[in-house]
Design a protein around this ligand. Sequence first.
Ligand code: MN
Length: 379
Amino acid sequence: MTEDLLTIGDFARASGLSHKALRLYDDLGLLVPAYVDPASGYRFYGPGQLDRAVLVGSLRRLGMPLARIAEVVGLGPADAADAVAGWWSGVEQQTGARRDLATLLVDDLARKGTAMTAPMTAPRYTVRHATGLDAGLVRPAQQDAVHAGDPLFAVADGFGDTGAEASSAALAALAAALPDPTDASTDVVQRLREAAAAADAAVAAVVGDTGRTATAGTTLAALVRTAGGLAVVHVGDSRVYRLRDEGLFRLTRDDSLVQAMVDEGRLTPEEAWSHPQRPMLAKALVGRGTEADVRLHDARDGDRYLVCSDGLSAVLPEAVLRTTLTGAADPQAAVDALLAAVRDAGAPDNVAVVVADVVTAGGGTTGGGTGGAGLRRLC
Ligand code: MN
């Protein structure tokens, strides 16, 4: 029965794969032995399986996720070649984005190292902003909300039958509970957590007790001017991006099921983009004590921030967000261009958006949005 077959040891030597790897690939159905001895459980492989084994091993060394390898080895050679090329170009794009992020982090840290010894004469900033709110072309009602008035620049994306009330209530409560941006003595992160808890409590008041499973609530994405810089307060899949030196960086991580799958390596970011479960949230303000993610960031002259609901970020690719934000002369022009682009793309969801620019006080900039007290560089 097994005279033409190779033992797992011989096959491992011939293919360059370990016993452990061969057992894993068998378990996953990537490389099923030609014969398994029912008595001993020993695996045997046919010589004709070597090509596939070498391909699986090579794709693993390339870093391709196992689920993707399973697809590739099921294809004919020409389609497999296309699939590998397509996947690799995605990897290079991601690597490029990570390289930019690494550069940014090195730059930020180096500045902070310098600032430790520099005199405390931090430049003062103001924030100029514009907002947009569009129900879109498909949804029967507007459940997104926007709040932009110094020191809060925020959107909320309500869902469920009282979603509109939830998003509005969350933003109003957050605005009312924020720490004084001119007071540097408070523990800003703790105060912002408390403000987010107040927003969650406000959601509880409008959604009521709807039983074991929450059916209504809201996301929250907020940029908050603080004594030390700019803070991001976040729950759900609304997002905050920062455009700096023409590079666009997302400052928030989606609390969503597909993001969790990306983190586990089960989905690539481009697969997540079009995944049918993309709108499924892992976390939201539903009035049950959800804790918001709070992060502090420095503010630099010329920074442009985008705060938006998924009606924008799930419809327009990040490359379009970047070019639109880069090309707009001021926040209002950016908001107008973003809303027009979403409508061109069918506007399948409600859209809430804030674009906010950090400008030095007395830097010669004028125009709409809020002026207000100075903004100290975080150092
Ligand atoms: Mn939405």
